[in-house]
Design a protein around this ligand. Structure first.
Ligand code: ADP
Ligand code: MG
Length: 674
């Protein structure tokens, strides 16, 4: 049902919802709150803490004023509490506040408190009378994920209406629900939006997480069944050139790389088709193993394709492969295919791919478009596979006649979970870093360390090295993604020597622009790159030796570990500076885990221990697997139960009605992204 059917949603609002991924009224039901706000006792102004939402009781002491800063209208109010301490409240683009609040009003102001030039400001506080506030305390208010133009109230109103009109189908059979103590669909979906208390929420969440995993595993199993019966139509033998290529790499393959390569070689020359996951920590050297396989396919006069999640990464792989082909005088034709190419360039690429002239094809999602027809696709590699849906993985395979598939992942998860999550694949593990890597030196520091950090970066650049600085996107302010990095880059440029080129990169930039900047950085035309986490995915610039992360406390440790993996890729000593923006001790403690180890798996499990199960609203543990609610590490038990449930169904050990069975497989094309 269309969103426009709801009261208060016209064409414009519909578009805003679409940007948040909500297209239908049904979608609203699964647009889950990000967390729940519980109203706490108001505090005295002198007890306020920065970077938290808090409430104060106060008296508006001056006339409310409105000022303009660039294109923003800012309303200021000055509030004083019973002890006579004061704080400023500000609202952005809300001039009507001036008509609703007045000097002399005594109210409760609740908002995000932040520090500005030494004094506290309360951002966009909501105001309440004592009675109103009393009522709110004890309730759990859903807080929804937002995009610009969308407010929590808009979502709330829409969700409330949606519940009047549509309902959620039950897609977990009764026998399974009973066995694993799961709530029914209708209650759980209601309580995830409007839980009365923590307990209600937990019960609802458990069922919905189970459902996500359960659906996912069902899909994987179906895939596996399909794959298992396939015979190898592309027998790829080791080409005679390969030994020379390996000798010519400029480094010695690690034992783990060799072992993985042997496993792949065995698979692709056997009588069954290969479906293999290559799991290896960041920097363990997965790419070269994939490249060897691609070269093998090409030298067997067939085609090999590799799909990467970003254009930057795809182009980088392409350049690396071109180098190897050149260095070894191979008569091969690699082709790149990415979205930002001109129509003409794309047509040329399509033509080369279709005629079979291109034997190695590197690209992004562009590789799976309808227009791309492969001549003789024998091998498909997906890099950073967690960024693609299972469906996309399958789509590219369907482009060929049962090609071999290989997916690569740096996600550190225990083997027991890996077996569930990658149920359709065999697993190779690269558990060794190339020799001669110097361990990265880490530090966790407060914001007052910034001048030292900039000094340090300046020195590193003077020595010929480069640096990344990562800024998170700020959610509570109206700032759009990108604004931070642009401002930050400007400020930093003023601090560093003019000869140092500081530039920025963010997710909202056009792909072509991102490529240009990334290439300029790779060529050391940019020395300091201020970026959002778009650089996280696999980019390789070995000359970069400093990774500085602002507001590191807002990232998951696994993600920070990925970010750290962008440095320490060459022979030079590398450094990681994690800035704890809150100055809080528990955040520092968490970040210190990164200090203790460079092992992604260790980090993930320590993080889990520290936070404890039930800590759902912190940063997600394994941001890689994009389930809406579930987190494979935090909810490992639920994941195991869901896998068990699928076993029971497959082995006919539980009773399932015909109708339930139909419902089970209905969602099969609604893929979850892993
Ligand atoms: P990841 O596993 O994170 O994808 P990459 O494949 O990008 O890692 O490799 C990281 C860096 O290590 C690259 O610069 C690559 O050339 C280099 N490398 C890979 N294998 C070895 C090795 N055996 N010895 C030395 N350097 C290597
Ligand atoms: Mg990689």
């Amino acid at each position: 049902m269309q969103l426009k059917e709801l009261n208060g949603i016209g064409e414009k609002t519909e578009k805003v919802f679409q940007r948040a991924g909500v297209y239908t009224v049904e979608d609203l039901l699964s647009y889950y709150p990000r967390y729940y706000d519980t109203f706490e006792e108001p505090v005295l102004i002198r007890n306020l803490e920065a970077d938290r939402t808090q409430a104060v009781i106060g008296n508006i002491v001056r006339e409310i004023s409105v000022r303009r800063v660039r294109n923003l209208q800012i309303v200021d109010a000055y509030i004083r509490d019973e002890e006579g301490n004061g704080i400023k409240a500000t609202w952005f683009n809300a001039p009507y506040i001036k008509n609703t609040l007045h000097q002399g009003d005594v109210l409760i102001f609740r908002g995000f408190v932040h520090e500005n030039k030494g004094s506290y400001v309360i951002d966009q506080p909501k105001t309440f009378s004592f009675v109103q506030y009393q009522k709110k305390m004890g309730e759990m208010q859903p807080v929804y994920p937002l995009v610009s133009g969308l407010t929590n109230n808009m979502v709330l109103k829409a969700v409330r209406q949606a519940f009047q009109i549509v309902s959620k189908n039950e897609n977990i059979p009764l026998a399974i629900r009973e066995r694993f103590g799961l709530q029914n669909a209708e209650d759980s979906i209601h309580n995830i939006h409007f839980p009365k208390n923590q307990k209600d929420f937990m019960i609802a969440r458990k069922r919905l997480v189970f459902e996500e995993f359960f659906q996912f595993i069902l899909t994987l199993r179906a895939l596996k069944e399909k794959n298992e019966i396939i015979h190898n139509k592309h027998i790829l033998k080791e080409p005679k050139e390969l030994e020379h290529i390996i000798d010519n790499l400029g480094f010695q393959l690690t034992n783990a790389q060799m072992k993985t390569w042997q496993e792949i070689k065995h698979d692709i020359s056997s009588d069954k088709v290969m479906n293999r996951l290559i799991q290896g920590d960041v920097g363990s050297g997965k790419t070269i193993v994939a490249v060897l396989a691609l070269l093998t396919a090409a030298l067997n006069k067939e085609q090999g394709a590799m799909m990467a999640p970003t254009e930057v990464l795809a182009r980088q792989h392409f350049e690396d492969i071109k180098d190897i082909i050149r260095n070894n005088n191979l008569k091969l034709t690699p082709v790149v295919l990415v979205g930002s190419m001109t129509a003409k360039e794309k047509r040329e690429a399509y033509q080369l791919i279709e005629s079979g002239e291109a034997d190695i094809i590197i690209g992004t999602h562009a590789l799976i478009q309808d227009k791309v027809n492969y001549h003789k696709l024998a091998l498909v590699v997906t890099d950073e596979q967690h960024r693609f849906g299972v469906k996309q993985r399958e789509t590219i395979s369907e482009k060929g006649d049962s090609p071999h598939t290989m997916v690569m992942s740096a996600t550190p998860i225990p083997r027991t979970l890996a077996i569930i999550m990658y149920g359709d694949l065999d697993i190779s593990i690269i558990d060794e870093l190339p020799a001669g890597r110097k361990p990265i030196a880490n530090c966790v520091v407060g914001t007052d360390y910034r001048p030292n950090a900039y000094n340090f970066i300046e020195k590193q650049v003077q020595e010929g090295r480069q640096a990344y600085i990562i800024c998170p996107t700020v959610e509570y302010s109206e700032a759009v993604e990108g604004e931070n990095v642009i401002e930050y880059a400007k400020k930093l440029q003023a601090v560093l020597s003019p000869s140092i080129h500081v530039d920025f990169l963010h997710g909202r930039m056009k792909a072509a622009e991102k490529n240009e900047k990334m290439e300029a950085f790779a060529e050391n035309k940019i020395q300091v790159l201020v970026s959002t986490t778009v650089v996280e995915v696999g980019v390789n610039v070995p000359n970069a030796t400093v990774m500085m992360v602002e507001n590191a406390e807002r990232f998951g440790l696994a993600q920070l570990h990925q970010l750290r993996g962008r440095v320490g890729r060459g022979g030079n000593q590398s450094y990681c500076i994690f800035i704890n923006g809150t100055g809080k001790k528990d955040a520092s403690e968490r970040l210190e885990i990164l200090n203790r180890s460079n092992d992604g798996f260790f980090i993930a499990s320590e993080d889990l221990k520290l936070r404890g199960p039930g800590d759902f609203f912190g940063v997600r543990q394994s941001g890689d697997f994009e389930f809406r609610l579930g987190d494979i590490m935090n909810d490992a038990d639920v994941l195991k139960n869901a896998a068990h449930a699928v076993d029971l169904i497959e082995n006919n050990e539980v009773y399932i009605s015909e109708e339930e069975r139909r419902e089970l497989y209905k969602n099969e094309n609604k893929m979850i992204n892993i």
